[in-house]
Design a protein around this ligand. Structure first.
Ligand code: NDP
Length: 254
């Protein structure tokens, strides 16, 4: 099978870093975007796992900073203009500043969750789609969360108000992105836009919660989460656009 090109946004740690590790190990090509290139110390050793020279490009993108997004997309555009096809784009960057209760949190803390988890990922995806008009990606994958489901509201998740709201808004916007691309038709109609819940994964995000009052059950490692997500993602095509899946293959209600 020919190697695919993946863009991973938010690749310095946790699930994003594990995507890069597994993709390089199997011989794919990765553009790994991190917020701070110097501080992202865990990604540099992965370039040793490249199966071909230059198969991992580490670049800078802060999804809360429009000029950083534009500069990143501009650099990717120069590769696309030379013939690189972006096969899969993974919008993984996210924050969870616990607790973020509706009755307590500040304006700026609410805004930080929305900027990082909703607006940033959508705008990065939009701009990467715009530069790929002649050869759109097969899939655009947003790493969402079960916390963002409105149908299965997780009332027990005390302290997750802004986080859950930011993922619910992400879900709604990505569904519109999927519907708009389908309406445009042509090559755009070939793009599959997905939301993924990665599971409860033992990354910094999940382990920095301190003492939560409720049970976080069924914690899995990043390796299991990503390997199973890759299996699910690769089973999806344009017919599945605008759907929401768990790492283990279950479809999740919006
Ligand atoms: P981590 O906290 O371990 O990693 C978060 C990643 O997002 C880091 O690479 C971080 O970069 C990056 N990031 C944060 N803010 C920005 C920004 N402004 N611009 C670019 N990158 C940024 O979390 P996880 O790996 O666990 O989470 C990855 C995704 O999975 C998130 O979207 C999260 O909401 C989702 N998720 C995670 C679950 C879990 O149980 N872990 C459950 C459900 C969903 P930096 O190192 O610079 O901070």
């Amino acid at each position: 099978m020919a190697p695919s090109t993946w863009v991973i946004i938010g690749a310095s740690r946790g699930i994003g870093l594990e995507f890069v590790r597994q993709l390089l190990e199997r011989g794919d090509q990765v553009i790994a975007a991190v917020r701070n290139v110097e501080a992202a110390k865990r990604i540099w050793p992965l370039t040793g796992n490249e199966t071909r020279p230059g198969s991992c490009l580490i670049d800078q993108c802060d999804v809360t900073d429009e000029s950083s997004i534009d500069a990143f997309v501009g650099r990717v555009k120069s590769l696309v203009d030379k013939g690189m096809k972006l096969d899969n784009i993974v919008l993984n960057a996210g924050i969870l500043r616990y607790p973020n209760r509706a009755t307590e949190l500040s304006y700026s803390e609410f805004a930080a969750h929305l900027h990082t988890n909703t607006i940033g990922p959508i705008i990065v995806a939009q701009k990467l789609l715009q530069i790929s008009a002649s050869a759109p990606p097969s899939r655009v994958i947003f790493i969402s969360s079960d916390s963002g489901s409105t149908a299965l509201f997780r009332e027990q998740e005390d302290g997750f108000g802004a986080y859950a709201a930011s993922k619910a808004a992400l879900n709604q916007m990505l569904r519109h992105m999927a519907a708009e691309l389908k309406r445009k038709g042509g090559l755009w109609g070939e793009v599959c836009v997905l939301a993924m819940h990665p599971g409860e994964v033992s990354t910094d995000m999940a382990t920095n919660l301190g003492e939560v009052e409720w049970d976080i059950s069924g914690m899995i490692g990043a390796e299991e989460s990503v390997s199973k997500m890759l299996t699910v993602i690769e089973q999806k095509n344009k017919k599945d656009t605008g759907t929401f899946w768990c790492w283990d293959g279950r479809e999740y209600p919006w």
